[in-house]
Design a protein around this ligand. Structure first.
Ligand code: B12
Length: 212
């Protein structure tokens, strides 16, 4: 995707114009590099520009909802196979209790599903117990936490201890999202903090501890 079409995509997203945003990506070459660039350079950049419209004091819900709808339209266009037969491990995914942001989580779900993972979505505002219950029930190999507000950090830190107590001795826990990606894996008590969904998938495919 060249700079001009990236700019047009960002403008269409910020105006909440789903049809224009989709039109911008339908003709993209079907390469993973173009798709990654669209998600990171287009979608994440556009959403970052909404920062000022979403503060602790106020937010413009209608405007942000329209942008969110346009974002999901673009994601579904880039990754249309939302439920292929899963060939990779089972992942349970959530935004934790107190966090109602779910756009990033939904992007992670769509892309990981398209890449062959079986994704069990525990939703937003999800208690840690419910997430770990789902991981036990589904015999998940991976737990993914999407966190956009810093209040959830103490909850993120509880996930590995609770999973270990429940017998999930090998489950890998990944964190991502604007609030969590600023912290280290140690500070969050997780296995890995992903900068983007692609970075998270790359970690799962080539864990550094398994490299020669
Ligand atoms: C959209 C938005 C909203 C929407 C959410 C809509 C929805 N359905 O999600 C609404 C309007 C509801 C909202 C509400 C609030 N928001 Co808000 N919001 C945002 C905004 C503008 C964009 C977030 C977003 O959707 N990004 C797009 C997605 C695609 O990006 P992403 O989540 O980062 O995900 C990508 C990667 O990070 C990664 N990823 C994400 N999760 C994971 C997990 C794993 C495991 C992996 C591997 C990868 C991964 O994959 C994605 C693609 O690569 C951000 C600003 C920002 N810069 O992020 C503020 C922001 C997150 N909000 C903020 C605030 C303060 C609030 C409110 C408290 C405001 C209020 N007045 O009440 C409430 C929160 C209420 C609550 N209890 O949760 C603050 C949080 C500050 C903080 N650090 O705590 C931010 C940073 C804005 C700011 N100015 O400071 N918000």
């Amino acid at each position: 995707m060249n700079d001009q079409s990236l700019k047009r995509l960002i403008n269409a997203l910020l105006e909440g114009d789903q049809a224009r945003a989709i039109a911008e990506v339908v003709s993209l070459p079907n390469t993973s590099i173009d798709k990654e660039q669209t998600v990171i350079g287009g979608i994440e950049t556009a959403m970052g520009r909404l920062d000022a419209k979403c503060t602790v004091e106020q937010f413009n819900l209608l405007e942000i909802m329209l942008v969110g709808r346009a974002v999901m339209g673009v994601i579904k266009t880039l990754y249309p196979h939302s439920s292929p037969s899963a060939t990779r491990e089972t992942v349970v995914l959530a935004s934790l209790e107190g966090d109602v942001h779910d756009l990033g989580k939904n992007v992670v779900k769509t892309i990981m599903t398209a890449k062959g993972y079986q994704v069990i979505d525990c939703g937003k505002d999800c208690p840690v117990e419910k997430l770990v219950d789902a991981a036990v029930r589904e015999k998940a190999a991976i737990i993914c936490i999407s966190g956009l507000i810093t209040n959830v950090v103490p909850l993120v830190r509880q996930v590995i201890p609770m999973a270990r107590t429940r017998g999930l001795t090998k489950v890998k826990v990944l964190a991502g999202g604007a609030a969590l990606k600023q912290a280290s894996a140690d500070a969050l008590n997780v296995d890995y903090v992903a900068d983007s969904v692609f970075d998270g998938i790359h970690y799962l495919e080539c864990p550094p501890e398994e490299l020669p």
